[in-house]
Design a protein. Structure first.
Length: 132
């Protein structure tokens, strides 16, 4: 939706406080923000904001929540930022092979969009062998 796209753009530009603010507005103003798909997107964006800030204290809990949400809705489309956050999370916990398998499976099997992957996914996962 609007707020997650605005947060995504703010994150791309390094405006982390603005990105946080957009996600908070979504939670306050949109009842569908608590749907499993949007909850996954918002959790992923919050994780990516935390990674950008270097504050990883809440990442472990968020990573486990995001894994479960992705298992439930990974085939629904619009999951590029979710996979980017999960990929980064797997690297943070020392599981690059799991990250590679996740990305490979997503790009080959689960991703529904026919357009090229979003900037966040391409940028955060650029070092993964799947792109080379």
């Amino acid at each position: 939706g609007y707020f997650s796209n605005a947060a995504n753009l703010a994150l791309m530009e390094g405006r982390l406080d603005s990105a946080d603010s957009f996600l908070e507005s979504a939670r306050e103003h949109c009842t569908e923000a608590n749907s499993p798909r949007l909850l996954a997107v918002h959790t992923a964006l919050r994780m990516l904001i935390s990674f950008a800030r270097g504050t990883t204290s809440v990442i472990a809990q968020s990573g486990e929540i995001l894994r479960k949400l992705y298992e439930r809705g990974g085939n629904l489309g619009g999951q590029d930022c979710v996979v980017a956050a999960l990929w980064r999370y797997e690297h943070e916990i020392g599981s690059p092979a799991v990250a590679n398998t996740l990305l490979d499976d997503y790009l080959r099997c689960r991703r529904r969009e026919e357009t090229k992957p979003e900037w966040l996914l391409r940028t955060y996962t650029a070092t993964d062998p799947v792109w080379h």
